[in-house]
Design a protein around this ligand. Structure first.
Ligand SMILES: Cc1ncc(C[n+]2csc(CCOP(=O)(O)OP(=O)(O)O)c2C)c(N)n1
Ligand SMILES: [Mg+2]
Length: 585
């Protein structure tokens, strides 16, 4: 590595932190770093580059890459204009609690060094103000030494719970300066995150007592599966306690087919819960309301005890209200999830501990049986509904989701994205989401334009593995960022994109119908400006125009499985992307 300029040292930092890929849309404000990345003399240290046609796509790629493999991509964004484009995708990552390392070009902040016009419109005094309310930490260091410290601080904070994106603006002039005499990187360990302790002391004593005494305890989970190693821990704990598990499903937290899983069902039983332990749950009020009678103020109406474990309280914005409705709880504990689960499990499985008592074991067995029966009924019912959905002339989402699974069930599939609430809802009911890491959740912040980019990132993370990455892509979400197809094709990303094309912003149509209905107006007009009916998009032609292989559009349910099978075979054989468009109702 030839470290002559300051931007060379930035690239050395990325290498030191084991960043193998940076993703960006180019811009002169970081041309110094860009030059250091592509300079032949730096080739042994410089990360690979993935170019995108929009900053929103670049951020989504890093978002998906981290969710799939736990590794970071560096994201570079061009001055204020690039950051403005990136901002919505950063908001998604913030709400999804995904750590992203974002560097932005800016300046020169020293006005005496600016070129006319362009350096003036692309310099900001407080560049970070665009994203600071949904980034964990932002900085605009001036000078080489300050920038080095800032990079380490940003890295450390990003990976300290609660995780979130960080942003550091790199001054145009500082990047291009010759390296100051004697300036070096800090040791890699300077960027190591601070750790949260596991559950201990009075919190631990109290929770084990509550779990021992509860008549019907429920475990609520939401984000804990971002660490795949917690999944088997959670299974062991739930089984040892005979707990009903309600998974809010922002990650794969608990196997969908496990007999103790009562997500989306079992409300009649769960309404009688007397203890709820919420593990890394973001929307606690929404989660409780889904199965428990609650008061107007969000408290359980029948006095159930609520204990929360997680680190949501450590990350709040005064701009976004993603801290959700306040719920009065008995105990709110900030603790590391994996360590907490391990010590709880140890206590519960202790052969000389109180959980071996016959009275507890009898209760555990009784409720395990009850929960398992409800679980089995629900899954059988959902499977029946999917079969019924296949009997209609137009393809229904439930039927298509089931057929897609049938086509790939023998593969080590990973669902990189599940499209929309409608598609995701059926996936959760019909797919055996059991393998940790096989389901990556939705966008986090409800910002559309996420799916294709995030799936590219996830597929890059799995590029050298046996996994078959599948993006169940909603049409509306696709059309925000269609130029992600360029990156997909140009880098031969091995991804199967299944476009579920209902030619509709369905969610928006449903809202239009709801408001019209509530006002006693004509709901047949709900598709106006919420649909593509009068001017449909041809996704097959679009993919082909970007050099992405696409199969002929599927319009009959009996053709879905064959098309998906053919698409999967192509991805596996050629290591290249394929698009399958399914026309749905
Ligand atoms: C950036 C952005 N703009 C607008 C919306 C509002 N919105 C929410 S859902 C939706 C429609 C989604 O359509 P699609 O992705 O095709 O999924 P479908 O509902 O049809 O399954 C829209 C426009 C949003 N969430 N994000
Ligand atoms: Mg749609």
């Amino acid at each position: 590595m030839t470290t002559q300029y300051f931007s060379d040292l930035v690239v050395e930092f990325l290498h030191q932190q084991d960043i193998d890929t940076v993703v960006f849309n180019p811009g002169a404000s970081f041309r110094g770093v860009h030059d250091s990345l592509v300079h032949a003399g730096n080739a042994d240290h410089a990360p690979d580059i993935v170019m995108t046609c929009h900053e929103e796509i670049a951020v989504a790629i890093a978002h998906g890459y981290h969710k799939a493999g736990g590794r970071h991509m560096g994201v570079l964004v061009h001055a204020n204009v690039g950051l403005l484009h990136a901002s919505m995708a950063l908001f998604n990552a913030w709400c999804d609690r995904v750590p992203l390392f974002v560097l932005g070009g800016n300046g020169p902040v020293d006005a005496g060094k600016r070129r006319p016009w362009i350096d003036w419109i692309h310099t900001s005094q407080h560049l970070e103000s665009v994203v600071q309310e949904f980034a964990k930490w932002c900085d605009q260091p001036i000078g080489q030494r300050a920038t080095i410290e800032s990079l380490y601080r940003a890295w450390r904070l990003m990976n300290t719970p609660a995780h979130a994106p960080v942003f550091v603006a790199l001054d145009f002039d500082v990047q291009e300066q010759r390296l100051e005499e004697g300036l070096q990187l800090l040791p890699a360990t300077a960027a190591e995150p601070a750790r949260l302790p596991g559950l201990h002391g009075a919190d631990f004593e109290e929770l084990t007592r509550l779990l021992l005494e509860a008549r019907l305890p429920v475990l609520l989970v939401d984000f804990s599966g971002r660490d795949p190693e917690t999944v088997p821990e959670l299974v062991a704990l739930a089984e040892a306690l005979g707990l009903a598990v309600v998974d809010r499903g922002n990650r794969l937290n608990f196997p969908a087919t496990h007999a103790l899983n009562l997500s989306n069902t079992g409300a009649e039983l769960l309404a009688g819960a007397d203890l709820v332990v919420a593990l890394e749950v973001q929307d606690l009020a929404g989660a409780l309301q889904s199965f428990l009678p609650v008061t107007d103020q969000g408290a359980p109406a029948d006095g159930a005890t609520i204990v929360t474990i997680g680190h949501n309280e450590l990350l709040t914005s005064t701009w976004a209200a993603d801290y959700m409705q306040l719920v009065p709880v008995s105990r709110a504990i900030c603790a590391d999830t994996r360590d907490s689960l391990a010590s709880l499990r140890e206590a519960v499985e202790d052969p000389s501990g109180p959980f071996v008592a016959a009275a507890f074991q009898a209760r555990r067995e009784e409720r395990t049986k009850q929960i398992a029966a409800l679980h089995a009924d629900a899954r059988a019912d959902w499977a029946r509904q999917a079969e019924e959905a296949k009997a209609t002339e137009r393809i229904q989402v439930a039927g298509a989701v089931d057929e897609i699974h049938r086509a790939v069930r023998e593969e080590p599939w990973v669902l990189t994205n599940t499209g929309s609430l409608t598609i995701d809802g059926w996936v959760k009911k019909l797919w055996p989401l059991d393998r940790p890491g096989s389901y990556l959740g939705l966008n986090g912040g409800g910002g559309l334009g996420y799916g294709l980019g995030a799936s590219i990132g996830a597929a890059l993370a799995h590029r050298d593995g046996p996994e078959l990455c599948i993006d169940l892509q909603a049409d509306g979400d696709f059309l925000y960022t269609p130029s992600a197809l360029w990156t997909l094709g140009a880098y031969d990303v091995p991804l199967l994109v299944v476009v579920m094309n209902n030619r509709l912003y369905l969610n928006s149509t449903q809202h239009a119908a709801r408001i019209a209905g509530a006002r006693d107006r004509d709901i047949d007009r709900a598709h106006i400006a919420t649909s593509f009916y009068d001017h449909p998009v041809d996704f097959v032609a679009m993919a082909r125009s970007y050099g992405v292989h696409a199969l002929p559009r599927v319009e009959r349910i009996e053709d879905v499985a064959d098309a998906v099978r053919a698409g999967a075979a192509h991805v596996k054989e050629h290591g290249k992307p394929v698009l399958v468009e399914i026309l749905t109702q």
